[in-house]
Design a protein around this ligand. Structure first.
Ligand SMILES: Cc1cc2[nH]c(=O)nc(N)n2n1
Length: 279
C-alpha cells in the first residue's frame, strides 16, 4: 500500500496509460483482497508493455486498481519469482512501475515456511528484517548500471522494514484479537523452486532465520532504493521440514490451502493497516 502524491513520469502521464483517477495506497497482495476492491479496474500483466506474466498456479496475473474501504489502492494479483526464469530485476520491475505512478509506501505479503519452532501454520510473521540469500550470489535486482531516477548506486537497506508500521501492525493485530497468531521475525528468500534440504534449514536456523520463502526481498530492495516506506509480512503456510523422518514433505497445495483458509483475516489485517497509513 502506498500513500502517493499524484504520480507522473517526466513526459509520460501514466494516469492516461492506466486510466488512474486517483492513486493512493498500493498492496502487493494475494487475489482475495484485490477481488474485494470496489470500483475495480484491472490490467492483465500481458496488457502492460514489457511486463512479465505470472506462471505460478494461484497467481492471477493482473494489476488491480480500486477502493479498499473507500481508500484508492493498487494491488498486484500474482508476483514474479526468480524460479520462473525471469531476471531478478524483471521480478522487481512492478515496484518501479508503482514508484513511477508516485508511490511512497509498499505493503508486501507472502507465504513462507515456518522455521522458528514457536511458529504455527496460520501465523502472520511481521518481517523485521531479511537475509537475501539470492543476493549472496550476486542475484540482486539493482545489479548493473544504476538508474539515478530511482536512487543511489549503493543504497542502505539496514532499516528496510519500517519500525513504526511494524509496531502499529502489532497493535492492530492485538486489537483484532489475533495477537496470538502475530509473530515478528527474519525472512529469507531462496531461489527455489525446490524446497530446502534438512541441512540447509539447519544452517538457516543457525543464521537466526524465522521464515523461509522464495520472494519479497528483491521487491523490498528496489522499494528501499526508490525511497519507499516498506511494511511486509509472511503467512506461515507450513512448518519447515527440519528432520529426515517427517511424514509430510513441503508442497505447493498446502501453501495455497493455508492461504485460502486465512484470506479473510489477512484482508481485515491489511485493511486496518491501510486505514492506519491513510489516517
Ligand atoms: C511460499 C513458500 C512456502 C514454503 N515453505 C517452505 O518450507 N519453504 C519454502 N521455501 N517455502 N516457500
Amino acid at each position: 500500500m502506498a500513500l502517493i502524491s499524484k504520480g507522473r513520469i517526466k513526459g509520460l502521464d501514466l494516469k492516461k496509460e492506466f486510466r488512474i483517477r486517483s492513486m493512493k495506497p498500493y498492496s502487493s497482495f494475494a487475489s482475495p483482497l484485490a477481488e474485494s476492491l470496489a470500483d475495480k479496474e484491472c490490467f492483465p500483466y500481458d496488457s502492460v508493455p514489457n511486463f512479465p506474466v505470472s506462471t505460478v498456479p494461484g497467481h492471477r496475473g493482473q494489476l488491480v486498481f480500486g477502493l479498499l474501504d473507500g481508500v484508492p489502492v493498487m494491488c498486484m494479483q500474482g508476483r514474479f519469482h526468480y524460479y520462473e526464469g525471469y531476471p531478478i530485476c524483471k521480478c522487481a520491475m512492478p515496484i518501479r512501475v508503482m514508484k513511477m505512478v508516485g508511490i511512497n509506501y509498499l505493503i508486501a505479503t507472502n507465504a513462507a515456511g515456518g522455521l522458528n519452532e514457536k511458529y504455527k501454520v496460520g501465523d502472520i510473521m511481521i518481517i523485521k528484517d531479511h537475509v537475501n540469500f539470492l543476493g549472496f550470489a550476486g542475484v540482486n535486482p539493482l545489479r548493473g548500471p544504476n538508474d539515478e531516477r530511482f536512487g543511489p548506486r549503493f543504497p542502505a537497506v539496514s532499516r528496510a522494514y519500517d519500525a513504526k508500521l511494524r509496531a502499529a501492525a502489532m497493535r492492530i493485530g492485538k486489537e483484532m484479537g489475533i495477537g496470538h497468531q502475530i509473530q515478528e521475525g527474519v525472512y529469507t528468500c531462496l531461489g527455489g523452486p525446490s524446497f530446502e534440504t534438512v541441512a540447509e534449514l539447519a544452517a538457516m536456523k543457525i543464521l537466526g532465520i524465522d521464515a523461509v520463502g522464495m520472494s519479497t526481498t528483491y521487491e523490498v530492495i528496489v522499494a528501499c532504493h526508490s525511497g519507499m516506506t516498506v511494511f511486509a509480512f509472511s503467512l506461515i503456510t507450513n512448518k519447515c521440514v527440519t528432520t529426515y523422518d517427517e511424514e509430510v514433505m513441503p508442497n505447493h497445495e498446502e501453501v495455497i490451502q493455508t492461504g485460502k483458509e486465512n484470506e479473510e483475516v489477512l484482508k481485515a489485517f491489511v485493511s486496518r493497516i491501510v486505514q492506519h497509513i491513510t489516517q
